[in-house]
Design a protein around this ligand. Structure first.
Ligand SMILES: [Zn+2]
Length: 301
């Protein structure tokens, strides 16, 4: 992937009009030139007033945003572009209230929905990856600002299972899932599809993780009774738990149980691409172009 616009001045110049934004989406959606979504033909005519591409073979008309996260949006693409740029470039994410003010979006509901649409695309993109090799796993409570009894959680908080690859003592890819409880069956449902066959799960001895073990997968619990220190053997999962908690409280001032999964996806998406900061904008745009949108009604269910 090419290096995108990496600073504010270049970004502002490059995407200063709706047309420039649309052209960029066109290049990302059809990198080898236009292809009709219905018949695969590659010749088209452009209807500038309705901003539709019409296939010269089957006459099918399509907009560059049809079937994507931007489907039927009334928000200018320039505002979407800035939002994605800022969400991708801020290490700890950015609050929706700040974005509402910066982008002059009238209602909080609108910016809230835009944020969740982008997070939904991030989650969809990361669902293609599986964790492999040595994987550290642990669970925690995340959510509201209220402090609870240590290790027992509190009202308004979600139980979250965190997994991260440990590659030669460096963190690799990470996944986080909200779970209802820590029963083996629940953990298996949430994580079985996130793990490759040949995986060694290192945990702090919670037996529920055994439910993920089958075939060539192995469980390597830390032997606390033999004096092994979980913090030493599970360094990266503890680092991630600490970071995601301060991110959710610091940037978002706590999030509701109902929507926490998408905030966790946003955190993991940024973490998993921390070495490609300069490509973040185009990567998120690509994720948004390759994902069906989610509506307010679907989010409210
Ligand atoms: Zn066609």
């Amino acid at each position: 992937m090419q290096q995108g616009a990496t600073n504010l001045i270049v970004f502002q110049d490059k995407y200063s009009t709706e047309e420039a934004c649309r052209e960029h989406l066109f290049c990302l959606r059809w990198p080898s030139g236009y292809t009709c979504p219905r018949c695969g033909h590659n010749k088209y005519s452009y209807h500038s007033t309705r901003r539709l591409y019409q296939c010269k073979s089957c006459k099918y008309q399509v907009s560059v945003t049809a079937g994507t996260v931007f489907h039927r949006t009334r928000i200018p693409l320039r505002k979407w572009f800035w939002m994605i740029f800022l969400m991708g470039r801020q290490k700890n994410g950015i609050s929706m209230l700040s974005l509402k003010r910066m982008l002059e979006i009238k209602s909080y509901k609108t910016i809230w929905l835009m944020g969740h649409k982008i997070r939904h695309a991030m989650a969809h993109r990361d669902s293609y990856y599986k964790l492999a090799g040595l994987v550290e796993m642990d669970d925690t409570y995340i959510g509201s600002k209220k402090s609870g009894i240590r290790g027992r959680g509190a009202r308004g908080k979600s139980k979250v299972v965190v997994a991260v690859e440990n590659i030669k003592n460096k963190p690799g890819y990470a996944k986080m899932e909200r779970v209802e409880n820590l029963k083996g069956k629940t953990i298996s449902c949430a994580f079985d599809n996130h793990l490759e066959g040949e995986t060694v799960l290192r945990t702090d001895s919670c037996r529920s993780y055994n439910a993920l073990i089958s075939g060539q997968r192995k469980h390597q619990p830390v032997n606390v009774s033999a004096g092994e220190d979980p913090l030493f053997f599970l360094p990266w999962v503890h680092m991630l738990i600490s970071n995601v908690k301060s991110n959710i409280i610091g940037t978002y001032h706590g999030v509701s149980i109902k929507h926490i999964a998408r905030y966790l996806s946003e955190f993991c998406y940024r973490f998993n691409r921390r070495f490609w900061e300069n490509q973040m904008f185009d990567r998120i745009l690509n994720a948004c172009l390759n994902c069906k949108t989610i509506t307010f009604t679907e989010l409210s269910q």
